[in-house]
Design a protein around this ligand. Sequence first.
Ligand code: MEV
Length: 311
Amino acid sequence: MITATAPGKVILFGEHAVVYGRPALAAPVTQLRARAVVEMGDGPEVRLVAPDLGRATTLAAARADNALAATARLMEQRAGRPLPPGLSLSVSSAIPIASGLGSGAAIAVAVIRALGDCFQLELSREEVSALAYEIERLHHGTPSGIDNTVIAFEQPVYFVRQQPANRIETFRPARPLRLVIADTGVRSATKVVVGDVRRRWEAERDRFEAIFDACGRLAEAGRAALAAGDLAAVGRLMDENHAQLVEMTVSSADLDHLAGAARAAGALGAKLSGAGRGGNLIALVDESGEAAVCDGLMAAGAARLFRSDVG
Ligand code: MEV
């Protein structure tokens, strides 16, 4: 039996603008993980199982848009040979789906690692990330690559989408970040939101370019504040990034309500994280204020909370 896991992620600064070449910062959420298990059994088929979703199929029968099957086929191509009959690939995940926490990329990375072991491939984290990017393209259309990168690297990253190669710099904040992650309970498909931002950018190019520039400047300032250990500045910049995401129309009444509640309860800053229009909010807290922020978020209607430390 081979088991591999991969973490969820949050975007600290710069979602959406990162698709348009602006810098962004992301961090893994190591407590929330996707898991892939490969087992050998009998039978003529390669089986794909997702017990959490109540789904099971075979590789031969899987539809073209089945991401698990696409990942298995990608790994067969990479290895240059088919998966053996009787193999069973099972995936499960503690990361809420369609919630901005990188569940699709985390499942892809876990499966790539497990099947990489199965084929006895030596895969670098860069290669795991590049393979997961191919699957991200199925989920999202035009992904920036930040999700697969932060999840495959399992470290905070400064990321710029660019040619010929993305700029990827891992970092550690000078002082650890204490994050409360609040789920609106509303699912939102990244592909839809990213596509909608693209349509708006096409219709109002100058305005959206200016918003993306502002997000890029906030990501750079956030990076400097993290390097300086200035958590109050990090929080303020998160608030400003949320305001830019509101301008982009990717926030929602629920997200704005939770952001307001987190700030009122003493959070240093709060912003939506990921594609938006639902999914999760992140609030930066200090140790003494954490319980009050958690209470405030639950009272404001958060469906559930997660905790994550960065650095
Ligand atoms: C999703 O986690 C982040 C987005 O910027 C999309 C992307 O970068 O591919 C919304």
